[in-house]
Ligand binder design. Structure first.
Ligand SMILES: N[C@@H](CCC(=O)N[C@@H](CS)C(=O)NCC(=O)O)C(=O)O
Length: 213
């Protein structure tokens, strides 16, 4: 399998899951120009990471990749079985993180895509921070009394939360203020598979207080 990724992006989640699975894989790290290249647009018409290639299959979209990997390697126990309530819960949280939390960050990273007036960039970013707070607060509330998003077992949903929660450590209301999310991110930041991904990316875990890592 081959994953197209970029350091620090949402594709970090798929890279973590490849490590958890333990099957052979390679990663190609793209820069922004690489994501927009003619060759890459042929496999990912959105010009974004991630994309997974497995034999003849070319699969963009992080949520689809996570479910594919978890089902193909069900022995790794990172997704409940299809047709169960727990599996429905997994779909709920993958959809929420991928379809709600993730887009709420876009105006922060790319304000120029949301206003044509450069003077408005700061206001657009502030609006992003309020939306991110709304989504993180919902996750935080859900995590009360739970070790992981699905309860007592880690899953691909926790991997998807990891890079996104990392982005908000630098915000005015940093991730460390969401105590239950922070607890999960610190556990993941100490996971050998996650550390291997950081090493391969040349990045460091992004947590609020370094001593817990
Ligand atoms: N819906 C896509 C979104 C992927 C996405 O937005 N990836 C970001 C990195 S976190 C990216 O590559 N951005 C480059 C761009 O927007 O030009 C997915 O979930 O896979």
């Amino acid at each position: 399998m081959k994953l197209y990724s970029a350091p620090g992006t949402c594709a970090t989640a798929m890279h973590i899951v490849l490590e958890w699975i333990g099957a052979p894989y390679e990663v190609e790290q793209l820069d922004f120009a690489g994501m927009k290249s003619e060759a890459y647009l042929k496999i990912n018409p959105s010009g974004v990471v991630p994309t997974l290639v497995d034999g003849d299959m070319v699969l963009p979209e992080g949520l689809a990749i996570l479910l594919y990997l978890a089902d193909k390697h069900s022995e790794s126990g990172i997704a409940p079985a299809a047709g169960t309530v727990e599996r429905a819960e997994l779909h709920r949280w993958l959809a929420f993180i991928s379809g709600t939390l993730h887009p709420y960050f876009w105006p922060h990273f790319m304000p120029m895509r949301f206003t044509t007036d450069p003077k408005e960039h700061k206001a657009v970013q502030q609006a992003s921070h309020s939306l991110v707070d709304k989504a993180l607060s919902q996750i935080e509330q859900h995590l009360v009394g739970r070790d992981w998003l699905l309860g007592d077992k880690k899953s691909v949903a926790d991997a998807l939360l990891y890079p996104m929660a990392g982005w908000a450590y630098g915000f005015d209301k940093p991730t460390s203020e969401y105590r239950n999310i922070d607890r999960i991110i610190r556990k993941l930041a100490a996971d050998p598979a996650v550390l291997a991904v950081h090493k391969s990316q040349g990045t460091q875990p992004k947590v609020g207080l370094v001593e817990a890592v």
